[in-house]
Write a protein that binds this ligand. Sequence first.
Ligand SMILES: [Zn+2]
Length: 385
Amino acid sequence: MLNKKSRSKRVVPRKRLIIFVPLPGEENYKPFFILSRFINDEEGILLENKTKEIKKEIVSELNRVKDLKDIEKLRVEYLGRKGVVTLLLRKLGILSPEERPKAGQLLNQTKREIEDLLKTKEVEIEKLEKEKRLQGEGIDITLPGRKIDKGAIHPINLVLKEIEEIFLSLGFKIEEGPEVELDYYNFEALNIPKDHPARDDQDSFYISREILLRTHTSPVEIRVMEKQLPPIRIIATGKCYRRDAADSTHSPMFHQIEGLAVDKDITFGDLKGVLTFFVHKMFGKDRKVRFRPGYFPFTEPSAEVDVSCLLCQGKGCSACGYSGWLEIMGAGETDPAVFKMVGYDPEKYSGFAFGMGAERIAMLKYGINDIRLFFENDLRFLKQF
Ligand SMILES: [Zn+2]
């Protein structure tokens, strides 16, 4: 008769370990291990298959978890003191000493794999929760940045710069003079004595009897000539002031460009050549230039300079009063009386001068119909340049 021991020895070589295990949710069970030889497969479940089933189950459970609490629940359910895997491990004692290590190894391996799965999911959930939290903290990356408004050059300065460049290219130099000027430079030295009717056209803002805001940039001519002998080729640009009520063509403050050339043998032909060059550069080569007789106390002869209308090409329209021409500046040969004031010999030297309003030029160039637009600081206007 075989004793117990020898019988168990006989069955040890078997490779198949079979465990009856409870189905999930079945609390009242009595798990037991038995060798497959004594039962058929339908009644038992292979431990190997059981661990596979557990892993499959936990993977599908993990797909459903929503937060860390769910993961903790699963951890207790599988690996806790009464967890599925823990209970199986406890039953290892039932196995024979030969079978125990293999079954133990299998269950421990399963335990580690479950731990890894839980840990991976935990990290994933933590990351998601962190992202959610950050989103909830109200950082709206779609909010547009604060726009920095870039300034632009004022149309008057644009025109001044353009005019300066044209005359610089002809060898003229830029000179400056004070806006608060002496009556002497503003009027007297320019052949406009105190009782001269030309003063009526240039009523100024007086600071005292002898000091005023300049009414034109012509005083710069005198200041330059006082300091040096010819040859002179200068332009003077800057602000001028007249006591004019503001309307669409008048402003109490405006900008003027004054030009002066003095040398031996300067003729009216030089003046025409320079100003025609200027008009073609400023308004285009197809513009016609007309010199009409005019009057200025400091030039003789004097001329009003017209350019063929930019809108109707000289045919006549409301902008040019149906004349086909637009007046752009005054000019003339420098009056010998002015040369005498600065100590030049009128027999030796001759010259020409011209003056134009920057606003007038800008209005013609850009088609602006009201001078006041330049000084209202309306961004809708200024942004167009
Ligand atoms: Zn016209």
